[in-house]
Design a protein around this ligand. Structure first.
Ligand code: BG6
Length: 474
């Protein structure tokens, strides 16, 4: 009983939130570089306000982030010390294709990730690589309108060809699009989409999503052709939506909200558009350009495993009065009165992780991988820079126990678990450094001040013990 022998314990990061070095190694500008911290961040990531370059009025935290572009060797050494079996990271598209539509990749970018993966392998750490974690080269946004254009499928195909061939034998696990459903909530951050005046936003989002879904299937096809051992997964921002009450109308509302997210995985895992989605689009007057070739590709190239992030469950009500209580930024949700919340208002629901694991496993019957989970909190270091983050340990412990129940008591097939932001990094939602998830403290603040020095937190030794005991010693 317990987790499988080869359970992949580890941590996760994303290029734009940790690397920095935004203009080094021949890297091109990307959407993720130009999202500032502050009040304009949300309208920008939502595609409602245009920001295609830097200006003097804003601070852009991703430009330097935690400087991991230069420190990856020391950082991976620390991950190895914790006993990581896997490290989830992402490739910055514009390091490989600075503009996105070139014919040949940038050797310096390819070399950088080759060294990074080799560094992982040196310690027996299996890289788990997200092909795109919210990033899109700025040239593709300006020239083609990003994922609204079908041409993006070809550019993404070039990226996949370049990285699969180069990293064959080094990387086995790939994720096609981070939180693919984010396109509905933060289309500029998720897919480089910035809306034009008067545009039908739903139409744009679903057409762009279709292009991503086809690109994802194509990636799976290429990966298997390049190396049949490669395992390709999809990635969902998960967290089941509960009905606010047992009123049938609330139950129906919750089902619909869940479908909004599972739609993407239904296509990626089952290989075709689900009936409910086609009906919903028809009702909304959304017409997607889906070719016969697209349908074939989707059908024949479903994912090998399902990965997801889990931070919280959600709640839905059909009652407009109750809905006035809705809060949250990227994913708006009703407040569940039975749950506590983090300092950023994210509700904490370990049992919801077990429920979500079961929902997903029941729905797809494929191996699962939790590739993000964690607590974003304010850490206050003592005079030596040490953080006693018992609250983080408590959060992770409760979630690991819940996933253990899903495995032991419910029989869910779980490949691994990577906690989000294993080293402190820039928050995707808010751009803050203050919202920390890591086992390793990084001395940097919201204004970009600090030495960038790394210090182990109390949770560092705790997680080391968890991994060493394969999740038994919590
Ligand atoms: C997920 C993303 O949405 O949640 C990460 O894949 C992100 O990129 C993480 O950082 C936590 O969100 P936030 O807003 O606290 O950084």
């Amino acid at each position: 009983m317990g987790f499988r022998e080869d359970f992949l314990w580890g941590g996760a990061t994303a290029a734009n939130q940790c690397e920095g070095g935004y203009n080094e190694g021949g890297r091109g500008l990307a959407n993720v570089d130009v999202v500032p911290i502050g009040k304009d961040r949300f309208p920008i990531i939502a595609g409602e306000m245009k920001m295609f370059d830097f200006d003097d009025e804003h601070f852009y935290p991703a430009k330097e982030a935690i400087n991991m572009y230069h420190t990856f060797k020391e950082d991976i050494k620390l991950f190895a010390e914790m006993g990581f079996k896997t490290y989830r990271c992402s490739i910055a598209w514009s390091r490989i294709f600075p503009k996105g539509d070139e014919d040949t990749p940038n050797e310096e970018g390819l070399k950088y990730y080759e060294e990074l993966f080799k560094e992982c392998k040196k310690y027996g750490i299996e890289p788990l690589v997200t092909i795109t974690h919210f990033d899109c080269p700025m040239h593709l946004i300006k020239t083609y309108g990003a994922w609204r254009s079908r041409k993006m499928i070809g550019f993404y195909e070039n990226l996949c060809n370049a990285i699969f061939n180069r990293y064959k034998g080094l990387v086995k696990y790939w994720l096609t699009f981070n939180e693919i459903n984010m396109i509905l909530h933060a289309p500029f951050m998720g897919a480089g989409i910035c809306f034009e005046d008067g545009e039908n936003k739903e139409q744009v989002k679903y057409q762009a999503a279709h292009h991503e879904l086809v690109a994802s299937a194509l990636a799976t096809k290429i990966a298997h052709e390049v190396d049949p051992d490669m395992m390709v997964g999809c990635m969902l921002a998960a967290g089941d939506t509960y009905p606010y009450t047992c009123k049938p109308e609330d139950v129906l509302e919750a089902m619909n909200k869940n479908r909004e997210n599972y739609f993407f995985i239904d296509v990626q895992s089952r290989g075709k558009y689900p009936a409910y989605a086609l009906k919903e689009m028809e009702r909304k007057g959304i017409k997607i350009d889906i070719t016969e070739d697209d349908k074939e590709l989707l059908k024949n190239n479903t994912v090998d495993f399902i990965s997801f992030s889990y931070y919280s469950s959600r709640c839905a009500s059909a009652d407009p009065e109750v809905n006035k209580l809705t809060e949250g930024n990227v994913f708006a949700s009703l407040k569940n009165p039975h749950l506590k919340a983090s300092e950023w208002g994210w509700q904490i629901d370990p049992l919801g992780l077990r429920i979500t694991l079961n929902t997903i496993y029941d729905r797809y019957q494929k191996p699962l991988f939790i590739v993000e989970n964690g607590l974003g909190a304010v850490d206050v270091p003592d005079e030596n820079g040490y953080v006693e983050d018992d609250y983080r340990i408590q959060y992770l412990k409760e979630h690991i126990l819940a996933m253990k129940d899903a495995v032991d008591l419910d029989g869910v097939d779980l490949l691994g678990y990577t906690t989000w932001g294993c080293i402190d990094l820039v928050s995707a939602g808010t751009g803050e450094m203050k919202k920390r998830y890591g086992f390793i403290y990084v001395d940097r603040d919201n204004e970009g001040k600090g030495t960038l020095k790394r210090t182990k937190k109390k949770s560092f030794d705790w997680y080391k013990k968890v991994i060493a005991s394969n999740g038994e010693d919590l």
